[in-house]
Design a protein around this ligand. Structure first.
Ligand code: SF4
Length: 472
């Protein structure tokens, strides 16, 4: 039975409730009166239930879809302005004991090159990332208690935070590792991680079990309840997501929102981020063998409907997607993107040779970070390297209340400008620097408070003179 506050996965991601929701949305997808009511509610910017959201996702009335896209764009602007947060993944190890059929790291892949970075190799990777200008990383490892135990992850986090190369520093380490115990989540929290990220892959239990035939990840309940254990362990910023293409996207969309509702109902704070990866080609993975792939138009609608349904949750799109696709999604709700990513173990120091195939997926957007920053600014966005909320302890419900009240604009916009200035001084190409300086000059007028504007101007001047010890 569906119970949003139940600790059991099969209650809060209840299969019958999802089937009822799918039927309800199918029946009402042309119900203009209901769609208008839902859009009215969405305009209040307090979110939608999974049922309401699915009606919008299914709606096929062109003028209403137009309204949905416009509202998503407006909500994106209201909550996030024109800032886009930048990050990069860092793959530590591709040893894995699971049998996930969509990932080349699965245990039965005997020809993939297995690698695990030593602390010295991590140091070199981090220096390479700092030299690009990155300040925020997402750590990735396969699940392997022997090769990648929690102690290895903790030691790696310590190494990463300790490296200060020239003006570089990694200020926020997000972690994407397998579902684990409350005790291990507590250790990750104590190590100072930012967000704990774990993709559900699919919310459909039967498909989940088939797609994860072997290994600890086979346990649907243990995986689905991971965020509850993370919260219990003190991690209040969690990132959820599904791998689109594995199951019917409508089912996944309902499950994703039910998961967000569960976290909000039980812990008073929904997910910090939602990621929307689609299956990509990799070593022995052919995306065409999966039946549920979604086209770019459906994907865009999905992103717009997530934006409307959970307005205060950040949305992430990685380099799995092409420049063109990312451009469209940025308008509709995406607030965080990766740039200059390498998806192989050790790939920042030594780009992979064709015969070394340790990448988790083929990257679509292969541009450098500088090219991505340059492109974002030319498209009217402010690339932000800010990590201030995390560094000031504004996580979980403290971050959410700031976000929900709209107050976030007063700190995020100035911080985005100041961290962009740091990037321009330390890492940008001549062209990017010129574009960035002009953008900052224009954007400074949009800092709402005169006093804050004065502080920003002073800080920008200090950054130009080499000062770097701000709490961004
Ligand atoms: S998705 Fe994760 S758990 Fe599954 S095989 Fe890949 S690395 Fe291992």
């Amino acid at each position: 039975m569906y119970q949003v506050t139940s600790p059991k996965a099969e209650d809060f991601i209840n299969h019958e409730e999802i089937l009822d929701t799918l039927a309800y949305a199918e029946k009402n997808k042309n119900n203009i009166e209901l769609i208008n009511q839902i859009l009215e509610k969405a305009r209040l910017r307090k979110g939608l239930s999974h049922r309401e959201a699915l009606v919008l996702l299914d709606c096929d009335i062109p003028e209403k879809n137009q309204e949905i896209f416009q509202l998503a764009e407006q909500i994106k602007k209201d909550f996030y302005g024109n800032r886009i947060v930048m990050f990069a993944p860092l793959y530590l190890s591709n040893y894995c004991v699971n049998g996930c059929v969509y990932c080349p790291y699965h245990t039965t892949n005997t020809h993939i090159v297995r690698k695990k970075l030593t602390q010295e190799e991590i140091r070199r990777e981090v220096i390479a990332l700092q030299d690009m200008g990155h300040k925020r990383l997402a750590l990735e490892t396969g699940e392997d208690p022997v090769n990648n135990p929690i102690e290895y992850v903790l030691e790696s986090i310590k190494t990463i935070y300790s490296i200060k190369h020239k003006n570089g520093a990694i200020r926020r380490v997000n972690v994407n590792i397998a579902a684990t115990t409350v005790e291990n989540y507590r250790k990750l929290k104590d190590a100072g991680i930012g967000t704990y990220i774990l993709f559900q892959e699919t919310y459909h239990k039967e498909s989940y079990e088939k797609l994860h035939p072997t290994g600890p990840k086979h346990d649907y309940a243990y995986h689905t309840e991971a965020m509850d254990r993370a919260m219990e362990g003190g991690i209040d910023d969690v990132g959820i997501g599904v791998l689109f293409g594995l199951e019917l996207y409508r089912y996944e969309f309902a499950g994703l929102l039910m998961h967000a509702e569960h976290l909000e109902a039980v812990y008073g704070v929904g997910p910090h981020t939602i990621s929307v990866p689609r299956i990509r080609r990799a070593d022995d993975i052919d995306p065409d063998t999966f039946d549920n792939g979604i086209d770019d138009d459906t994907f865009a609608k999905l992103v717009a409907c997530i934006r409307i349904s959970v307005p205060y949750t950040g949305m992430i799109v990685s380099t799995r997607e092409s420049q063109k696709c990312r451009e469209r999604l940025l308008h509709l709700g995406v607030s965080q993107i990766s740039g200059g990513s390498r998806t192989s173990v050790g790939g920042y120091v030594e780009p992979e040779l064709p015969e070394d195939n340790s990448a988790q997926f083929d990257v679509s957007d292969t541009r450098s970070l500088d090219e991505v920053v340059n492109w974002l600014m030319k498209s009217g966005y402010i690339p932000s390297f800010c990590t201030a909320c995390y560094r000031e302890g504004r996580t979980g419900d403290r971050f959410m209340s700031l976000c929900k009240s709209g107050q976030i604009q007063n700190c995020c916009h100035p911080n985005a400008l100041m961290t962009l200035q740091e990037y321009l001084e330390d890492y940008a190409s001549t062209d990017t620097k010129a574009i960035g300086e002009q953008l900052i000059r224009q954007e400074i007028h949009n800092v709402p408070n005169e006093k804050v504007r004065e502080i920003v101007l002073k800080n920008l001047e200090q950054i130009k003179q080499g000062q770097r010890d701000f709490r961004f």
